[in-house]
Design a protein around this ligand. Structure first.
Ligand SMILES: Cc1cc2nc3c(=O)[nH]c(=O)nc-3n(C[C@H](O)[C@H](O)[C@H](O)COP(=O)(O)OP(=O)(O)OC[C@H]3O[C@@H](n4cnc5c(N)ncnc54)[C@H](O)[C@@H]3O)c2cc1C
Length: 392
């Protein structure tokens, strides 16, 4: 099967490409979505680029224009996302795609006016306070308490794995407001200022020696009731709002394809340098290439359902699970290609030239099958909602 843009989408794709060429793509610049790539090459350049995207509404393409979005159709968003990822350009600000649509759909006009514009301009950083030490996959069992006291809630409890909490100004947090109700019905969604008295952030260092996530403790933290999004005890349903445009996972599919192309180039160059990799590793690279194609096709399935007005469910889970597990298989193949040099944190020579950053990538992809729902949970969804199998 051949996939082709309609004439309108082809024109839109060209518009995006021209914009990217003029404003982002510079020969020789490293992709920001390269695995193993630790920090943006130039923060100022990234900020200037994101500001330009924001000015066009392209940071929140699905949102209405009056809130700083671009009112794009599903397919226009998909093409935008494809082109930005092909160019290795940053596409969003931290957590914007998680908290922004939630406030837009469930927030009051005052909450939208207060939070959406500074979020789009990148003036405030957000973090997600959902997981707790005893509540991850079974998130609805969360225990962090919010007790009403006049015009405030008083919060006590703990969150964990909170990405970026050490840099965040605000947290969107799920709290238990009715401990006696069934677990999904006693949760409220609050916006919490991280500078509030009683908030403590402690770093958690990951296996790649990076400080990405944290533990966050709340001791009698006061949050005004007006910072609640949606109704009291309805926070579970507010919290499950996501931005549709992310669900196709095209970013992961494109990153995987570019990664496999780099591996293939490396293998070719090793052969022409008289140091060929073993045939079994060459076959591994070929397998990864085929799987990358499957990953992209799964993304197309998801976006085609969305474009017809449907809600991908099992399909989005298949995409997430397949893509995250593929990223781990790719990292493993890279380790094989790198041989003993795969132990080194920084690649050298030919490996550096082709970005065979095996050690870093191998460690960085471990969380891919945990964050945003583990592979087991995705398989449960595919089994029950997709195949109609009985719940275990
Ligand atoms: C890199 C990274 C960043 C993260 N950032 C954030 C963040 O910013 N904010 C936030 O709130 N959270 C964040 N998380 C947490 C993440 O959402 C949880 O780790 C995830 O939901 C899994 O929960 P858990 O770690 O408690 O594991 P558990 O739920 O305890 O699972 C442990 C194991 O049991 C399996 N399991 C659990 N239930 C079932 C079941 N019903 N059927 C079959 N198997 C099951 C799981 O698959 C897993 O293998 C992040 C995680 C990672 C890795």
């Amino acid at each position: 099967m051949r996939f082709q843009d309609t004439p309108e989408l082809a024109e839109w794709r060209q518009t995006v490409r021209d914009f990217v060429d003029t404003n982002w793509r510079i020969a020789g610049t490293k992709d920001e979505d390269d695995p193993g790539f630790e920090a943006p090459a130039d923060e100022g350049r990234t900020t200037a680029w994101l500001d330009k995207l924001g000015a066009r509404g392209w940071l929140a393409p699905a949102w209405p224009k009056k809130y700083g979005g671009a009112d794009m159709s599903v397919l226009e968003q998909f093409v935008l996302s494809q082109e930005l990822h092909e160019a290795g350009a940053p596409v969003s600000r931290q957590m914007l795609n998680l908290v922004g649509p939630t406030i837009m759909l469930h927030g009051t006009e005052e909450q939208k006016a207060e939070h959406l514009p500074p979020m789009l301009r990148g003036e405030v950083a957000w973090c997600q306070g959902f997981s707790e030490p005893g509540s991850g996959s079974d998130l609805a069992s969360l225990q962090t308490r919010a007790v009403r006291d006049g015009d405030d809630y008083v919060i006590n409890g703990q969150k964990i794995w909170t990405s970026g909490a050490h840099r965040a100004d605000w947290m969107f947090v799920l709290t238990r407001t009715d401990p006696d109700a069934p677990k999904h019905r006693g949760i409220s969604y609050l916006l919490l200022n991280m500078k509030s008295p009683g908030v403590t952030v402690r770093p958690l260092i990951n296996m790649a020696n990076g400080h990405v996530f944290n533990e966050v403790f709340f001791e009698d933290v006061r949050v005004p009731v007006r910072n609640r999004i949606g109704d009291e005890n309805r926070g579970w349903y507010v919290g499950t709002t996501t931005l549709d445009f992310e669900r196709s996972n095209i970013a992961r599919a494109i990153a995987a394809r570019k990664n496999v192309v780099r591996m293939a180039n490396y293998v070719r160059q090793r052969a022409s340098a008289g140091d060929p990799v073993s045939p079994s590793y060459r076959l591994e690279v070929a397998d990864r290439a085929v799987e990358t194609g499957i990953c992209e096709l799964l993304s197309f399935v998801v976006v085609s359902i969305q474009a017809r007005g449907g809600v991908p469910n099992m399909e989005a889970s298949m995409c997430k699970m397949y893509g995250s597990e593929l990223s781990q298989r790719i990292a493993s193949t890279k380790m094989h290609l790198a041989g003993m040099y795969g132990q080194e944190r920084k690649p050298r020579g030919l490996q550096e030239e082709h970005n065979i950053n095996a050690a870093m990538e191998y460690m960085q992809v471990v969380p891919a099958t945990i964050a945003a729902g583990t592979s087991e949970i995705q398989r449960n969804i595919i089994a029950t909602r997709g195949l109609g199998l009985p719940r275990g």
